[in-house]
Write a protein that binds this ligand. Sequence first.
Ligand code: ATP
Ligand code: MG
Length: 202
Amino acid sequence: MTHSRIGVMGGSFDPIHHGHLVAASEVAHRFSLDRVLFSPTGQAWHKQSANAASPELRYLMTVVATAGDPRFDVTRVDIDRPGPTYTVDTLRDLQAGFGRAHPQDTADWFFITGADALAEVVAWRDPDGILERAHLIGVTRPGHVLRDPGLAAGSATLVEVPALAISSTDVRARVARGEPIGYLVPDGVAHLIAKHRLYAAP
Ligand code: ATP
Ligand code: MG
């Protein structure tokens, strides 16, 4: 029987950028996580943008961005589940899958969110179900104040990570304006954006 410490980072990853990767890497180091699973959302329930990339391309960009890091993996649970993505379902599906694949093993689960997302956790579907399944880790993000949104004591930990003022919204806008995105996203992600002509102005 082995015991693992597993981080989960959900997001639309439209596209994944170095802010996501630095946050996951820093939390993996600080919390001695064995792995971090990136889970691209299916249909995002809280945002619909006209020039959003398809779930499959968001998944592919996430795979390419994380391929070189042995701690990182990408899961399709949210992409493959019909309907909007709720974090409680992400955790339930991942934990059920883990139990089936490793019936003898146990795991501690950590859900990683940036300061903006942490502030919204109380409004997410079934926040108590989320907290039963995972410890929340809120990370600093430039432009947002990191504070515990009034969760039960001990259910979230706030962590300072190296500040990268990068957002997917800004990357998409840069592409639409013909501005460079090098060093904001991994090279492979920039190549996929160019190859599939993502985020171009209509
Ligand atoms: P968008 O602008 O489309 O909302 P985003 O950059 O916020 O994109 P998401 O996919 O929405 O990226 O974010 C997934 C998770 O990563 C969220 O928890 C978010 O807070 C966190 N995150 C995103 N960018 C950063 C960053 N630069 N630093 C720290 N955390 C981040
Ligand atoms: Mg966001």
